[in-house]
Design a protein around this ligand. Structure first.
Ligand SMILES: [Zn+2]
Ligand SMILES: [Zn+2]
Length: 428
């Protein structure tokens, strides 16, 4: 019987993992430069956590969560997003007392039980950044700038930033009231979900998966439907001013609603050219009530999450031919199987110096071993045979420079390491 990975999930083979690691490394470095520290939360959480934060009437909670009962009858989900879990952990460990303003990031798998289709996965991966404990519009600016910088470092040069304001909860209440009144006469034209949403959560009509519902919804609202009070207007003006100062081009004419209930004030999305209308690479916004809703103090917070699969796809489409992978490390070819033990001791010495070293264990011909060294993209090949044994010196070929020399056994590891390390890291 042949097994396959489940639909909507995928294996990452080593070449792909190398691209992922490079992206993760850059994202971690940039987050650190901006003062954000990594937080890791479990993959399973209480289902109520997302029902209460993302929202009962959202598609994520209604249709897309991997939800199950454990043996003790607890309602559990595989986390569909990161923010709610970060806020839970923030409060559970009283970071509001120990850190005050907490700048955090995370990286890991998220799960949604969607029907698999192009660009959508049941297990997908996100990195996310959250700044909890400040209401300043400058934190919104910092978060958006960091988001754009991370995408740029990942190789996405051509991206568009959409920014809007959802207003505060008062603004949203007033907007909801009006939208409800406007949509009532058109109820029959909405999909079944949206008919229920008119009473329960009318904004979800604006991001319904049915385009007919979205058109009706957006037809009913005009301009910036959520922005009603002076405080929210001033906040949004400051965010736009900050983005201009920071040299981030943005479009604030595309009014949009995010598909999660917890957003207030600034929301944004970053979309890549060349990825189709598909979806945003990264999206986020302010969630000024979530900490309080979870039983904590009243604190402003803002964050974003980026989809790693989508970012890598966009970077690939925009890349003007990736550079060839550099040759790395040492391959030791052993001419006779009897010398394997001695060969193994040598590569252990090289590894101890922080240089990648491999060896053929299967007694293949020297020719086959040299072919293997080339396939594995080794930079140096050392040959250990009878001749070398007698001379107490290894034959070392440099596959990049095409040179060859003899290196005495007792300085072998040292010479290999100093030669390779001059050209950068040879461990990974
Ligand atoms: Zn307001
Ligand atoms: Zn609908």
């Amino acid at each position: 019987m042949a097994f396959q990975a489940l639909r909507g999930t995928s294996d990452l083979l080593p070449d792909e993992v190398a691209r992922w690691s490079a992206l993760e490394h850059r994202a971690r470095r940039l987050a650190a430069l901006y003062g954000y520290r990594e937080l890791r939360t479990p993959i399973i959480e209480d289902a109520a956590l997302f029902q209460r934060s993302v929202g009962e009437t959202t598609d994520i909670v209604q249709k897309e969560m991997f939800q199950f009962e454990d043996r003790g009858g607890h309602d559990i989900v595989l986390r569909p997003e990161g923010t709610a879990a970060v806020v839970r952990a923030y409060l559970e460990h009283s970071l509001h007392k120990t850190e005050g303003f907490a700048k955090l990031f995370y990286l890991g798998p998220m799960f949604r039980a969607e029907r698999p289709q192009a660009g959508r996965f049941r297990q997908f991966h996100q990195y996310g950044v959250e700044a909890i404990g400040s209401a300043s519009p400058w934190v919104d600016v910092e978060i958006i700038v960091l988001c754009v910088e991370i995408l740029r470092a990942a190789g996405v040069q051509d991206a568009t930033v959409w920014v809007a304001s959802m207003g505060c909860r008062d603004d949203q209440r007033r907007s909801a009231e009006e939208l409800r009144t406007q949509l009532q006469p058109h109820r029959a034209k909405l999909c079944k979900d949206c008919q229920g949403r008119i009473e329960k959560n009318v904004f979800r009509v604006l991001d319904c998966k049915q385009s007919g519902c979205r058109e009706l919804g957006w037809g009913a609202v005009k301009g910036s439907p959520f922005l009603r009070c002076d405080d929210c207007r001033a906040h949004f003006d400051e965010v736009r001013r900050g983005l201009k100062d920071a040299g981030v081009a943005f479009d604030d004419s595309k009014v949009f609603a995010r598909g999660l209930d917890y957003y207030t004030r600034t929301v944004f999305e970053v979309r890549a050219a060349g990825l189709g209308a598909q979806d945003a690479l990264a999206a986020g916004g302010r969630y000024d009530h979530l900490v309080e809703d979870f039983g904590g103090p009243s604190l402003g917070a803002v964050g974003f999450a980026a989809g790693i699969e989508r970012v890598l796809t966009a970077a690939e489409r925009q890349a003007a031919g990736a550079p060839a992978a550099a040759r790395r490390g040492l391959f030791l070819a052993v001419a006779q199987p009897e010398l394997l033990g001695e060969g193994f001791r040598f590569i252990q010495q090289v590894r101890a110096k922080g240089v990648r070293a491999t060896l053929d264990y299967d007694g293949r011909s020297l020719k086959a071993q040299l072919r293997e060294a080339d396939r594995a993209q080794a930079r140096l090949v050392a040959i250990l045979g009878e001749q070398e044994q007698q001379a107490r010196a290894m034959t070392v070929k440099d596959l990049e420079q095409g040179s060859q020399e003899q290196v005495a056994f007792d300085v072998f590891a040292e010479q290999v390491a100093s030669r390779l390390k001059a050209g950068g890291c040879h461990a990974c």
